[in-house]
Design a binder for this molecule. Structure first.
Ligand SMILES: Cc1cc2nc3c(=O)[nH]c(=O)nc-3n(C[C@H](O)[C@H](O)[C@H](O)COP(=O)(O)OP(=O)(O)OC[C@H]3O[C@@H](n4cnc5c(N)ncnc54)[C@H](O)[C@@H]3O)c2cc1C
Length: 456
């Protein structure tokens, strides 16, 4: 045991930072190290599920408290010196210090950067003083969620909600707004749902429309109309819509500006690229949304700000800095969401590469349609599966699924094949469970893979 404790300073008290802090404490008990962990966060909450906010906004989750996995008190009881409302504004890696907004200098032996990626708010959404117009906001933190619920409650029954951004957050928020009975318009660049191929995106857009939302594709929003500081409309090249509320869901960017000038290597977007143990430099570690992640299939670094990576990488980091050897060995780009309203029920999932990402390869890709259970079962719902494989090696490269209840988590089977570097034949011939309420004799995912295999 060292004479004085190893001082660990963590910037960011959510998924990545707190996974790292608690794992470090667990590992330290095993390795006999003594750690003094200080966590600094500029926000007001810790360890909450941002992923659950759209469902809270929809009314599926009763309270924001239900989304909190561990409170500030629970972290402190575990021995962590947690300081909320404390923004880190600078880091001096040579002196091993960080400086907070009130000028306090905090020394560390190891620095953990887990500062996440706040929502990007485009200039068109802001007043000249940098604040958002009334009725305009993002969906990122618990405070944002609470604010949206207040806005929803204050809005009239005939309120018009415009969601800018057709990615998974935009679609989840559209569902929440529809649930409140509002008129919803989703405006997006391109064809929407960037995580999917065009032929799969169309199915999501069709479901949104079927549920009563308007979907405007290929539109770049350029400005807002306002009256007395409140939003009244949204316009883009070629059109405009009146709006009482505008949700900005146009993406996130790493919160690493406090590291500017520190000498740490960052991407143009400000992301860090930690090794599987979370190391970015001597005595500096990072995990979560402020980082890119390595995709195992093509060994590419990609920006995928997802909780599933933040917690895994954070845990590996915490273990490693306390003397363990856990590693986050990349990902295969798996993601899932859903869109539900009235009779419309759609599960949406992807894993692996897109066609664009496989541009250098000779690929075969095909959409197969089927049903989620044997078609004679009353619960059978349509499912469409896109499968892509490499013609030369037969390696499975990507799978996407859009369909009814039970469709989405089928993606995990494909992800497992990708994880192990398997072929499209592996997916076609795997031993997958069958009984009529769950699949057809030939599981539709296997059929989709087999159809591609037959065309190679
Ligand atoms: C609406 C929504 C739905 C989502 N759904 C899913 C999903 O279904 N599945 C999934 O895998 N992921 C989902 N995510 C993403 C997931 O929530 C994030 O990947 C995860 O929260 C990242 O954790 P993190 O700890 O890296 O960053 P964050 O959660 O962003 O935490 C970073 C913390 O750092 C603090 N901080 C930043 N800068 C500073 C500074 N300079 N000084 C002090 N503190 C600072 C912030 O206040 C913040 O508390 C969703 C996100 C949103 C917003």
């Amino acid at each position: 045991m060292s004479a004085s404790p190893q001082r660990v300073v963590v910037v960011g008290a959510d998924a990545a930072g707190m996974s790292a802090a608690h794992q470090a404490l667990r590992t330290a008990r095993r390795t006999g190290r003594e750690l003094a962990i200080t966590v600094l966060d500029k926000g007001t909450h810790t360890s909450y599920s941002a992923c659950g906010i759209p469902y809270w906004m929809a009314g599926d989750v009763a309270s924001g408290d239900d989304l909190v996995a561990r409170t500030a008190e629970q972290h402190r009881e575990a021995g962590i010196d947690l300081r909320l409302g404390t923004e880190v504004v600078a880091a001096d890696l040579a002196a091993r210090t960080v400086t907070t907004a009130d000028g306090t200098v905090v020394e560390y032996d190891d620095l953990v950067v887990a500062s996440g990626a706040p929502a990007v708010v485009p200039d068109w959404a802001l007043r000249p003083d940098g604040s958002a117009h009334d009725g305009v906001g993002v969906v990122k933190t618990l405070d944002d969620g609470a604010e949206w619920l207040e806005r929803f409650a204050a809005a009239g029954d005939d309120a018009r909600v415009v969601v800018v951004g057709g990615g998974y957050v935009g679609v989840e928020v559209a569902e929440a707004a529809l649930r409140h009975g509002f008129a919803v318009t989703v405006i997006t660049r391109g064809q929407g749902m960037s995580m999917l191929e065009d032929e799969m995106k169309e199915r999501v857009n069709a479901a949104l429309r079927e549920a009563g939302a308007e979907v405007v594709l290929g539109a770049e929003v350029t400005g807002l109309d306002t009256r007395d500081g409140r939003v009244t409309g949204v316009h883009w090249d070629g059109g405009s819509r009146p709006a009482d509320l505008v949700v900005v869901a146009t993406g996130v960017r790493p919160a690493t500006s406090f590291l500017t000038g520190s000498g740490l290597e960052m991407t143009g977007n400000g992301a860090l690229r930690p090794d599987p143990h979370g190391r970015v430099a001597e005595h500096v570690w990072a995990a979560g949304d402020c980082c890119e992640v390595r995709r195992r299939i093509d060994d590419a670094w990609v920006f995928r700000p997802l909780g599933t990576y933040a917690t895994k990488h954070g845990r590996a980091l915490g273990d490693s800095l306390a003397g363990g050897s856990l590693a986050f060995d990349g990902m295969v780009d798996t993601a899932i969401t859903r869109f539900v309203h009235g009779d419309t029920y759609l599960e949406i999932a992807r894993t692996g590469l897109s066609r664009d990402e496989a541009a250098g390869l000779d690929v075969v890709a095909l959409v197969t349609e089927g049903t989620t259970t044997t078609d004679y079962m009353p619960e059978a719902e349509p499912i469409a599966i896109w499968v892509m494989a490499d013609r030369e090696t037969r390696r499975l490269l990507g799978v996407q699924v859009v369909g009814g209840r039970g469709a989405g988590k089928r993606i995990d089977t494909a992800a497992a094949v990708l994880w192990s570097g398997g072929t499209v034949d592996d997916l076609a011939w795997m031993d997958l469970a069958y009984a009529p309420p769950f699949s057809s004799t030939w599981e539709v995912l296997g059929v989709a893979a087999r159809r591609v295999a037959e065309r190679i």
